[in-house]
Design a binder for this molecule. Structure first.
Ligand code: AMP
Ligand code: GLY
Length: 423
């Protein structure tokens, strides 16, 4: 069986590493330096829908896993289906759950799924007037569309809120994504990510995880795509899980079906555990990055079997079994990320860490040239440690981190610290 994974990040590398345990021949487009050691990389951009369908036809792929948000929102799964090629991921209509905040907020309101109260604005003047009238800070301002994970602004005061409206709606920092905004209530509580397999009807949650979004220690600095994760999250108790299942996961699946766009693929629930109970912060229509790098290593079952069951509508809870223990992933990023950074730095120490027991190195932004690896992106590597306890998993991940270096390398030293302390 020939399987093509679409994408080029650490998340895709983690999916490919897990799929290596399945009975299949692996391809990736476009992939990266490290992925090339595990799959045949083909030079088609992840957002080139027509090019990807052509490639899948030409190479006679039996199955495609569409991983990143953009191709999903562009309808790659629909286009592959038209060409007779089954794939993992939601249709364009279902991918709206991530691609439009207005769609997802309206969905939650209509079906009574707990989330922050909100208003939608198409007009900058009206948005400004509303913020002034509310006069409640921090205020949460979100671009409607996809914005590389940077479309959410938490404004501490009126000045920041006005700047955010200018940035999104007037300067159009994220193009049309910001022509509509959602302004919502600020929620407090611990954040948990729950990725779930979904087949249109049935939803099976994976082990929970916790992302660390800010660039620097102590949750300071700019928001990033994620600087590290741990799994499972100790804050996600059995009681919280049971509530999420009944109040959020199952109702979301039923709502999507009712709206005529059943969700199949990986549905990512970004949750916040508030005093009033769990609420949805956001949905993503795909595996999280770097959540996947700490969740999939704990999956005991065959990933390809589960993915195919999602596509075919035959997903069952007993297909998805987990290992005991914990995982932690620490991201090594280029100096300056998430702002501007230099590329092309030689990476040292990869071999040594690759051979370390319980440590896996996932490549995100790397290029290989004659056996030497160079940086080629903001998030460069994800170093995952697996062990019986979270503490040991973190020790292993940081041991790996200490062995791999490149010029101006930047990482967080406190991944998992809050989870270990339990507050
Ligand atoms: P999102 O891209 O929607 O996940 O938002 C990015 C981050 O902003 C989240 O991980 C939260 O930390 C924060 N955030 C988003 N919405 C809210 C909210 N309503 N209240 C508090 N924090 C929020
Ligand atoms: N780590 C957050 C995301 O994948 O959106």
């Amino acid at each position: 069986m020939k399987v093509l994974v679409v994408g080029s990040g650490g998340r895709e590398h983690a999916i490919i590493r897990k799929l290596k345990e399945s009975d299949c021949e692996l391809y990736c487009a476009p992939g990266n330096g490290g992925i090339a050691a595990d799959a045949i990389c083909l030079p088609v951009s992840a957002t080139d829908v027509a090019g990807m369908v052509e490639l899948a036809k030409q190479e006679q792929m039996d199955y495609v896993c569409v991983t990143p948000d953009d191709p999903l929102a562009l309808g790659m799964v629909d286009a592959l289906k038209e060409a007779g090629i089954p794939s993992f991921g939601p249709t364009k209509a279902a991918a709206q759950i991530e691609a439009s905040k207005v769609f997802s907020k309206n969905l939650m309101k209509k079906y009574g799924i707990p989330t922050a109260a909100y208003e939608v604005f198409n007009d900058a003047e009206e948005a400004r007037a509303y913020l002034k009238k509310q006069n409640s800070y921090p205020a949460v301002i979100k671009a409607d569309g996809l914005a590389l994970g940077k479309g959410v602004i938490i404004a501490a005061d009126e000045e920041e809120a006005m700047k955010a409206i200018d940035h999104l709606m007037i300067d159009k920092a994220f193009g049309e994504s910001g022509s509509r905004v959602v302004i919502e209530e600020f929620l407090t509580g611990v954040e948990v990510s729950v990725l779930a397999f979904a087949d249109g009807t049935t939803v099976v949650p994976m082990v929970s995880s916790m992302d660390h979004k800010r660039a620097n220690d102590n949750d300071e600095g700019l928001n990033t795509g994620g600087m590290g994760t741990i799994a499972p999250s100790p804050f996600y108790t059995a009681e919280a899980a049971a509530r999420c299942e009944e109040e959020i996961f199952k109702p979301t699946m039923a709502a999507m079906k009712q709206e005529g766009c059943p969700f199949s693929g990986c549905l990512y629930f970004g949750l916040i555990l508030t005093e009033q109970g769990p609420k949805v912060i956001e949905y993503n229509s795909r595996f999280g990055d770097p959540e996947t790098q700490s969740v999939l290593p704990l999956l005991d079952s065959d990933l390809l079997t589960i993915m195919k069951a999602c596509t075919e509508g035959t997903l069952k809870e007993d297909l998805v079994k987990w290992k005991d223990g914990a995982a932690a992933c620490v991201i090594e990023a280029s100096g300056g990320y998430p702002g501007s950074y230099e590329k092309g730095k030689e990476i040292h120490g990869l071999d040594e860490t690759g051979q370390c027991e319980g440590v896996t190195v996932y490549h995100a932004g790397t290029k290989a040239d004659q056996g030497v690896y160079y940086t080629s992106g903001g998030r460069v590597l994800g170093i995952t440690g697996i062990a019986p306890t979270l503490k040991e998993a973190l020790d292993k991940a940081y041991e790996g981190v200490s062995r791999i270096t490149f010029e101006d390398m930047h990482y967080r030293h406190d991944i998992g610290a809050k989870a270990l302390k339990g507050n």
